[in-house]
Design a protein around this ligand. Structure first.
Ligand SMILES: [Zn+2]
Ligand SMILES: [Zn+2]
Length: 343
């Protein structure tokens, strides 16, 4: 599919992303690795050029970003290298050593970068795919309460669509997202949420799994890849629902589906970014049925088949308040049945 943000070929099928992975962040014999002190300002305003193989050690890329941001006045002489921002590589996964970055493999999230600088970075730093200016708070809806105001960061230059890799048993899901409108979720060691889904939908296989607050779709996709015959994904936030739909197509080789139909347009969804009453965003045809809705999960009962005893994951953001969470779980249990858990 064409990338819904830039129209390019940012979104690739999972097997292509995984096939390129073994060498993607590895140096060639000529690549040089100079480790810099991230907590100190760059001692001299210079940076190494990329190697003839096209890759450059991540610290060298950061030195390049630092020099541009100093020249443009986004950073002062006292700012340490780390003040450049957060590097999100594509695809993201737990690495055991810092990467050598190929062309267009990095989305920069920065609270200091300004628009003119971002355009310069996108034009002059080949490893950068997109530059996002962060604002306080996480993008999307931070609360399940009706009326919660969503936030976004701002894409200033390039494209901020990238993927994270999520292992599920022997398989690896490729989960794309647009980084300015979907929060960064650094996976915890051992992927406990995936493990809890696997434990809940496994033997005997649940007939239906509901990923009620799906984000970009990770848990629903995991359940589908484990063979659950019917999976419903839902999120009130347009970007989460849309990327859940895209990610079904990206990972379709793991599912028994013939066809993925996305029945919504990203730009149109952005105009109504939060929906209360669920609207269908995508569905599959084939032996396995995957459906995606955009809506408030508390209204999702209207689209769940009756008496199916689904397993539901309720991955709400504001799960610190135990009283609220217990009430939501009890309410879901009484209206939908089956079993429900907070992953
Ligand atoms: Zn793109
Ligand atoms: Zn090299």
């Amino acid at each position: 599919m064409d990338c819904p943000v830039c129209g390019g070929d940012c979104v690739r099928p999972a097997h292509e992303v995984l096939a390129a992975l073994p060498t993607r962040f590895f140096p060639c014999p000529s690549c040089r690795m100079q480790v810099l002190d991230k907590r100190a300002p760059l001692p001299v305003l210079t940076y190494p050029e990329p190697c003839s193989c096209g890759k450059r050690f991540i610290d060298g890329v950061f030195a390049h970003l630092y020099v541009i941001m100093r020249e443009e006045g986004d950073l002062t002489r006292d700012d340490p290298l780390i003040a450049v921002g957060s590097p999100l590589v594509h695809p993201g996964f737990a690495m055991d050593r810092p990467p050598f970055l190929p062309e267009k493999s990095l989305v920069l999230l920065s609270g200091k970068v300004t628009e003119k600088t971002a355009r310069r970075i996108a034009a002059e730093v080949p490893e950068v795919q997109g530059v996002v200016q962060t604002s306080p708070g996480i993008p999307g809806l931070a609360s399940h309460e009706p009326g919660a105001v969503p936030r976004s960061h701002t894409l200033l230059a390039g494209c901020d669509v990238r993927a994270d890799l999520v292992p599920v048993g022997e398989q690896t899901l490729v989960v794309y997202k647009q980084q300015s409108v979907i929060h960064v979720e650094f996976p915890r060691a051992g992927y406990p949420k995936i493990r809890s889904v696997a434990a809940r939908v496994g033997k005997p296989l649940a007939p239906l799994f509901v990923d009620a607050c799906s984000g970009p779709g990770t848990l629903g996709l995991a359940a589908a890849s484990l063979g659950v015959p019917h999976v419903i994904l839902n999120d009130a936030w347009y970007a989460a629902a849309f990327w859940s739909a895209v990610n079904i197509g990206v990972n379709r080789r793991y599912f028994a589906v013939d066809d993925v139909k996305i029945c919504a347009q990203y730009a149109k969804m952005a105009a109504c970014p939060v929906l209360r009453v669920p609207e269908k965003v995508a569905e599959t045809r084939g032996r396995q049925v995957l459906e995606v809705y955009q809506g408030d999960f508390q209204n999702l009962v209207s689209v769940i088949p009756r008496d199916t005893g689904p397993v539901t994951a309720l991955d709400i953001f504001d799960k610190q308040d135990q009283g609220v969470v217990s009430a939501l779980l009890r309410d879901w249990q009484s209206r939908v049945g089956g079993s429900v858990f907070v992953p």
